[in-house]
Design a protein around this ligand. Structure first.
Ligand code: ATP
Length: 469
């Protein structure tokens, strides 16, 4: 059954907050925007950087079996022949033959139908909706025969627009990793099991982009290919399912809003023998955050075949050689950022006034501490500025002296700043400041000299979403 979040949060509220507070804007807005394309503003950049930093930290900094890579977006076109994308990276496109003429992904319409059918008759087989019975979700019109539509963006390299110069914007970062398997093996002195991690832009000419940052045509992926001895693949697959679930939970997503969903046999990609998705309960229902796939030896074998290079691991001691199998956790940075915002969004009444607050994990919050002089006179702004300059050497901090203190708190709450530091007349007398907690609204008096240490302690402490009660 399709479940919906019972939160106050809606996608519209997130879009509005993102615009109001400068997280995300429609792209090229002065020209009317470009469909489903977005630009990140200041706080959006900081939030997404923190998501990516948390991923790098978990993948590389806290381990010694994964190394980093940053491959080019433009790759040799043979890459996409070998990977199967040229042939098979398609979605089934259907067009409404009725009134609205809209284009849809047939598999999406099927999935919606299946959810509705399961609501009505849970024991029925959802895969069994006959094609002729599918209707346009917008106007109920008949649908065309499905056509395989390739999602890769094409362009030309160099000045001549001819077939020989045709290249593609990468639709996933993974292939950059596979083609660098040998380079990495040589320099990194690793042996399987080991991984290569990469973060970067990918491009897909999606038929139906939408739901804000959830599905766009240009997006950022965080992908890691973990190369293992073939007989260890299943164990490592299970290992990465658990690791990746825990990553989201440790960063504060509520456990009842995250789940693992195993792909059925007919959902599996051409390269995969097993895939499970980490899904999040967005306001649009349960949707994929990340896919974890057992890709077997498909990619390395394909690149060996197309390039003529041997893509195998040879043990220098025993001489043993094998083509490693690959476990791939593939996540989206934009989707993750959206999920963290959705999960964090909250509204509450405080002393008769409503406030909107992003209860982000402090590690993800764009700004960790805001330093605010209570009044904009009597030496308070100067002292607050001094404290701010001390703090910003240690963490993302902000100084704000403009407007009433209530308005400034509201602004910080909406961008998810976990700590407010207020400088008042007492600070000038006894060198203490007020430390305000975003979630509990508790205010404590802290000696200025102990402020940085206290903030450091609070930022490092385990964190649990206050929305859990
Ligand atoms: P979907 O079924 O939603 O089209 P997918 O299964 O094709 O996604 P993968 O190829 O597994 O996606 O990509 C890995 C991750 O990259 C996804 O889990 C998602 O977080 C992100 N991603 C993929 N496509 C998009 C997109 N169009 N916009 C934003 N993020 C995306």
């Amino acid at each position: 059954m399709a479940t919906r979040a019972h939160d106050v949060v809606t996608m519209e509220k997130i879009v509005a907050l993102c615009k109001r507070r400068g997280f995300v804007f429609p792209s090229s807005e002065i020209y009317g925007g470009l469909a489903s394309t977005y630009d990140y503003g200041h706080y959006g950049v900081l939030l997404k950087s923190n998501v990516k930093a948390a991923w790098w930290r978990a993948m590389v900094q806290e381990r010694d079996d994964i190394v980093a890579l940053d491959a080019a977006i433009l790759m040799h076109p043979r890459t996409w022949e070998a990977s199967g994308h040229l042939e098979g990276f398609t979605d089934p496109l259907v067009q409404c033959l009725g009134r609205c003429k809209k284009r849809w992904r047939e598999d999406h319409i099927r999935a919606e139908e299946a959810v509705m059918a399961a609501d009505e008759a849970p024991e029925a087989d959802p895969g069994a909706v006959p094609r002729e019975e599918l209707r346009c979700p917008e106007c109920g019109g008949e649908l065309s025969e499905p056509r395989n539509f390739n999602l890769m963006f094409q362009t030309f390299i160099g000045p001549v627009q001819e077939d020989a110069a045709r290249i593609f914007l990468r639709p996933e970062t993974a292939q950059g990793i596979f083609v660098n398997f040998k380079n990495t093996l040589q320099f990194a002195r690793k042996k399987p099991p080991f991984g290569i991690a990469q973060v970067g832009k990918s491009f897909r000419n999606e038929i139906t982009p939408g739901n804000f940052l959830f599905r766009t045509r240009e997006f950022e992926q965080m992908e890691m290919e973990f190369f293992v001895p073939p007989d260890e693949a299943e164990n490592w697959f299970d290992y990465w399912l658990e690791e990746r679930m825990n990553w989201y939970l440790d960063l504060g997503l509520r456990p009842d809003h995250v789940r693992l969903r195993e792909h059925s046999a007919d959902e599996l990609s051409h390269y995969s023998s097993a895939t499970s998705d980490v899904e999040y309960l967005f306001p649009i229902g349960w949707s994929e955050l990340e896919g974890i796939a057992n890709r077997g030896d498909f990619d390395l074998n394909q690149h060996a075949r197309f390039s003529g290079e041997k893509m195998e691991y040879v043990d220098s001691g025993s001489g043993e050689r094998f083509v490693p199998h690959v476990i791939e956790p593939a996540a989206g940075a934009d989707r993750a950022a959206l999920a963290f915002m959705v999960d964090a969004y909250d509204e509450e009444e405080v002393e008769g006034r409503s406030r909107t607050v992003l209860r982000l994990h402090p590690r993800l919050a764009p700004v960790k501490a805001a330093v605010l002089p209570l009044v904009n006179k009597d030496g308070q702004p100067e002292l607050a500025r001094e404290i701010y300059e001390e703090l910003r050497a240690l963490m993302a901090a902000e100084y704000d002296a403009g407007g009433s203190i209530g308005r400034r708190y509201r602004r910080q709450d909406e961008i998810g700043t976990p700590f407010g530091v207020t400088v008042d007349h007492q600070t000038l007398e006894d060198a203490t400041v007020t430390l305000r907690d975003r979630d509990s609204l508790e205010q404590t008096r802290v000696p200025r000299a102990e402020l940085a240490g206290e903030l450091g302690r609070r930022l490092a402490a385990p964190w649990r979403s206050p929305k859990l009660g």
